[in-house]
Design a protein around this ligand. Structure first.
Ligand code: NAD
Length: 424
């Protein structure tokens, strides 16, 4: 029995138990011994912190936060920090393990980590948000650092929150430590190219699978769920590579444009209307019918768990590229596999963001800012190599791309763990 971060809610879906079972299954597929599997599954460090904040009213409010390092076998921990009312230790632990796998899949020298505070940030003033962030950063400071664990933005955290964390850690040390977080503004050690890197990675994976399947980009109709930080740049990036985006959904609804969406007209429409709904000459469709529209490629880029059994049964596309984290349920994945629909899994497809973070961190350590061309060339190379390796191994292992990706991640973590041995 593997140690669980918490014993709460044993009868409900538990993300930690889910990721545990994925790693264990991969370990068995690879023939790893039980002791090694236990070491790989179990998080190395779990820090729970109390975060007292003086509110603008003068009252003190208490919040709770976590930072979890799942694995540092391959390098310092890497993973975002989220501020959300539903944050709990099992969720953060599961996400930290996902990061270990994701970094190993794209073969960057990082382990996996994740952090969060249980808070509704929309209820805080900017000054309260800054005090919350700085107190949390102070509390996790002993655990983070450029050579230990490097946080990044996640749900409800952004470049400003990263700036406050970087500043707090730097003030404690008495000198600047830009490499302690990634996703920073350019002015304080961020990198050119970071914005849009996840979408670029999704696009590279989409082009790569088309190439492997011998399909022409110009013959592909794409539907995208989500028009946010990841979904919006995809419309242009995919169109630039010759594909036709025929459907998009956001929280307000979905549209169908059989002739293809013009990325510039869409961007202008969205700027004015605040939604994709009402795009000129589009047909409005029910949001839950997006994936049934005649299409070849489906890209979920919004929420987790949307491709369930029912959506998988009616999925029109023959390729799914998972831009969102965890968009397909376990049963949904089984249905897609049984229908012969190829799925590029999230740990590979949306890893462009963490690769960009790696490049930002490398530049901070070097004290040398790369040109955008160098950034884009290296991102393309890293994502292509990762995709090609997973594709080749999935043919050898004869399992899905998702099972292969998790197995490759586990295999690389296992190799590092074994090489390093067991201290003491
Ligand atoms: P975002 O908040 O910028 O955008 C989310 C989009 O989804 C919005 O357009 C929103 O309207 C839409 N949406 C919300 N509910 C919807 C619904 N019920 N139906 C249809 N559309 C809906 O978020 P994001 O940063 O673009 O992230 C999207 C997904 O990608 C998330 O799963 C996130 O975890 C994952 N991801 C993001 C990054 C990144 O770099 N931002 C990196 C890796 C993974």
């Amino acid at each position: 029995m593997v140690t669980r971060p918490s014993e709460a809610s044993p009868h409900e879906f538990n993300p930690w138990l889910h990721v545990t079972s994925l790693i264990e299954t991969a370990g068995h597929l690879l023939g790893l011994n039980e002791g090694l599997i236990k070491r790989i599954v179990t998080p190395e460090r779990i820090l729970e912190v109390a975060v007292p904040v003086r509110m603008d009213s003068g009252e003190i409010e208490m919040f709770h936060g976590w930072r979890i390092q799942h694995s540092t076998a391959r390098g310092p921990g890497k993973g975002g920090i989220r501020f959300h009312p539903s944050v709990n230790v099992d969720e953060i632990a599961a996400l930290s393990a996902d990061m270990s796998i994701k970094c190993a899949v794209v073969n960057i020298p990082y382990g996996g980590a994740k952090g969060g505070i249980r808070v509704d940030p929309s209820a805080l003033s900017r000054a309260e948000l800054e005090r919350l962030t700085r107190r949390y950063a102070f509390s996790i400071a002993p655990m983070i650092g450029p050579d230990r664990d490097i946080p990044a933005p996640d749900i409800n955290t952004d470049t400003q929150v990263m700036s406050w964390i970087m500043d707090t850690v730097s003030m404690l040390a008495g000198h600047n430590i830009p490499g302690v977080v990634t996703g920073k503004p350019l002015a304080i050690g961020g990198t050119l190219g970071h914005a849009g890197a996840t979408s670029l990675g999704v696009t590279i994976c989409t082009s790569a699978i088309l190439q492997r399947m011998g399909r022409l980009a110009s013959e592909q109709r794409v539907v995208i769920q989500g028009y946010g930080k990841v979904g919006a740049p995809l419309v242009k990036l995919l169109s630039d590579r010759g594909m036709k985006v025929v459907g998009v959904a956001d929280i307000r609804g979905a549209i169908h444009v059989p002739g293809g969406i013009d990325p510039t007209i869409m961007a202008n429409h969205y700027k004015e209307a605040g939604t994709i709904v009402g795009y000129p000459d589009s047909e409005a469709v029910a949001a839950d019918l997006l994936f049934t529209l005649p299409s070849d490629i489906a890209i979920p880029a919004a929420l987790g768990g949307v491709i369930d059994q029912d959506i998988a049964k009616t999925m029109a596309a023959s390729i799914v590229v998972e831009a969102a984290n965890g968009p397909t349920t376990g049963v949904g994945a089984d249905v897609l596999a049984s229908r012969g629909i190829a799925v590029v899994p999230d740990v590979l497809a949306n890893a462009g963001g963490v690769v960009a973070s790696y490049f930002e961190w490398a530049q901070d350590l070097q004290g040398y800012l790369w040109e955008p061309e160098l950034f884009h060339d290296r991102l393309e190379k890293t994502m292509r190599e990762a995709f090609n390796y997973i594709w080749t191994r999935h043919l050898q292992l004869d399992v899905t791309l998702r099972e292969t990706a998790i197995a490759v991640g586990v295999e690389r973590i296992a190799e590092a763990t074994e090489l390093r041995g067991l201290f003491p």
